[in-house]
Ligand binder design. Structure first.
Ligand code: G
Ligand code: G
Ligand code: MN
Ligand code: NA
Length: 254
């Protein structure tokens, strides 16, 4: 309950910050975009990671307002990087199911893009399978309209949900994100490797891109590149960075 109260104040007191973890194109060696990851600077505690408070945001419904803040902050950052000469950096934001069910996500996204004069193609949404399947009919309609605007759609933690693969036909999906659970032992565990390779193959057959998350070693990166995975994300490339650090990394990477 203390946590809930503190989170209610956090938005008003501007205690949230977006960090950014780069996604690397394994063929070009370039950073193709970043994932925005929420951090909370809780007074007299220090920095708090999402695992400790995002579930509370979701349970209490606060994620609807915080989610709107995240989208606005991401669009603001895209514009700032553009204005600062860092080029076009696509930002992927994580979206919770409650943001689709409650509130008006579509209106908020359009308003944020317009407010910051950002092209829709520079924004990407990451949804889990369970987020897609909650109120699937409505979610599919909203995503279809957002996709028509040029916004990219990714499936996060792919392969760990309980949904059937049938939804891949129903939703406008650009990219599958192989869950860290299959990446961790990809070079040593044949079952994990088989699953990861099946995901890569399926994604490409359906004209989707594929990214592996949680890549921590060069061996994992080389394995994934050899097997035609398009992008990687993880500590081997970089941890999540502040906007300033990320800007420097993008510049150095050019
Ligand atoms: O940065 P960290 O590894 O601690 O993130 C843990 C998880 O928290 C991520 O996998 C992601 O699903 C979730 N998360 C991080 N940032 C956001 C966010 O901005 N919105 C939502 N809904 N979830 C987030
Ligand atoms: O939305 P998602 O759950 O995918 O967010 C990414 C999460 O994965 C964050 O919590 C981030 O801290 C974590 N993460 C990112 N890269 C790595 C990695 O290479 N190894 C591990 N163990 N965790 C990672
Ligand atoms: Mn994610
Ligand atoms: Na994930």
């Amino acid at each position: 309950l203390d946590l809930e109260l503190a989170l209610r104040r956090a938005l008003e007191n501007d205690e949230f910050e977006l960090y950014y973890q780069p996604k690397l194109n394994v063929n070009t060696g370039r950073i193709t975009g970043v994932e925005a990851l929420l951090r909370w600077h809780r007074p007299s505690y220090g920095m708090v990671f999402p695992a400790e408070f995002v579930p509370v945001l979701e349970e209490t419904g606060l994620i609807v307002r915080v989610g709107a803040w995240i989208i606005d902050a991401a669009c603001s950052q895209i514009a700032a990087w553009l204005a600062g000469g860092f080029g076009e950096v696509r930002i992927a934001v994580n979206v919770s199911s409650r943001q689709f069910v409650e509130g008006d996500l579509e209106m908020e996204i359009c308003a944020a893009l317009a407010r910051h004069k950002v092209d829709a193609s520079l924004l990407e949404l990451e949804l889990t399978e369970s987020a897609l399947m909650t109120n699937a009919e409505h979610t599919s309609e909203v995503l279809t309209r957002l996709r028509e605007l040029g916004i990219r759609i990714s499936i996060d933690d792919f392969g760990t949900g309980y949904s059937s693969l049938a939804y891949l036909k129903r939703f406008p999906i650009d990219k599958l994100k192989i869950d860290i659970a299959f990446v961790r032992d990809i070079t040593t565990n044949p079952d994990d490797a088989a699953i990861a390779l099946a995901i890569i193959s399926m994604a490409h057959s359906m004209h989707m891109q594929v990214i592996a998350e949680g890549v921590e070693s060069r061996a994992q990166l080389m394995y994934l590149r050899r097997h035609r995975c398009d992008q990687v994300q993880g500590f081997h490339v970089s941890r999540a960075l502040t906007a300033r650090q990320m800007g420097d990394l993008v510049t150095a990477n050019r």
